[in-house]
Design a binder for this molecule. Sequence first.
Ligand SMILES: C[S@@+](CC[C@H](N)C(=O)[O-])C[C@H]1O[C@@H](n2cnc3c(N)ncnc32)[C@H](O)[C@@H]1O
Length: 412
Amino acid sequence: MTSGDLFIRSVPEELKEWIKEESSSNNIKQNKFVISALQHFKESSGQLLLFNKGIVRQSKIDSNSFPFSFIDLFSGIGGFRYGLEKIGGNCVFSSEWDRFAQQTYEHWFGEKPHGDINDISPDDIPNHDVLAAGFPCQPFSIAGVSKKRSLGRADGFQCEKQGNLFFKICDIVEAKKPPVLILENVKNLKSHDKKRTWLVIENELQKLGYIVYHKIIDASSWVPQHRERIFIVCFSKDVFGNNPGFVYPELPNGKTPEFGDILEPKPDEKYTLTDHLWTYLQNYKKKHQAKGNGFGFGLMEDFSGVSRTISARYHKDGSEILISQGKKKNPRRLTIVEAARLMGYGDIVQARTDIPVSDTQAYRQFGNSVVPAVVTAVGNECIKVMKNKWIEQSGGCILKPQRRRRKKISVK
Ligand SMILES: C[S@@+](CC[C@H](N)C(=O)[O-])C[C@H]1O[C@@H](n2cnc3c(N)ncnc32)[C@H](O)[C@@H]1O
């Protein structure tokens, strides 16, 4: 170890690795790098972001992580939090009003989210680098507007603004001006309400001064489940200019996820469908097939593939993902641990006891959640943009100390 090397016992290995790599690639001593990083973050947001308090269950931080702060809105069980902490994110605020989701979140992350976001003033939310939100999608209904008009009430956005949670996000963005926004929603957000919903969203975000990107990403490259969701990523023009240079992540290489990998060897018998329910589901499917539509259960027989999307209603009959148990036995549902693995929470949920709520609540929570690995992949591309900006902003001084040239003293 040279005299400039960092020697702090409590720094996690992954961070040490990052400090080592950054300082060596930029030819700067490690302690200088850490001090300048701390200084930079203290100045940029008024908060000390590096070496934040323990990440409760995060087993591993990716090596190309970058310290940044974020807020977790409509947090559910913390899919964004889990995905962003992996790459160096420090959650400074979270909000979720469902008490069961709050329970799971607190169990996993050691922090109970604040409740109804409508009761929170944007000014009370701490400054942050990234605003993350998987917000509920509500219609900007044309029908609603004309009804109100006929009743002589306010219409258009003025009226909708009061009830729509997207506008609550806009209020926070307006007050806090976070450099980056990562929003997630169902795939049909773009076609929702005759495309009006999307046009309003895009337009509002642009009006707030952001460059808006969007892409539908199928999580099936990360977990053995088709789960198409729209990821909207926005960069503040004030911070990143008109061309932030963001690109969506490439699909991961390597082994494609297989449904068989998430299955437990000895699932409890309670997950096997009763004769009554299995007969009902088969009859329902036949009825709809006869009408020429594909409604009905999805049965996993080939475990090398991927399943359908688990939804928030999975607890009702499990019909979208049933697991074949051979000809002699009725199919079964996913166990809670399997549902967790299917969403990519396998590192946190190793046993049923890792989930503090009932089966019904747990299925609902997983069905509502975002796949953390996709958040990590998208977040990784965001931090590349942030990192570049950081280096550029510092004029090369923070990461690359410029060699001082000796002033030529002109002798007259
Ligand atoms: C689509 S889910 C988001 C799930 C989350 N991304 C996750 O990984 O679990 C939307 C969440 O918003 C919450 N929600 C809805 N209205 C809310 C409000 N007014 N304040 C706080 N949370 C709210 C719901 O309870 C639900 O958990």
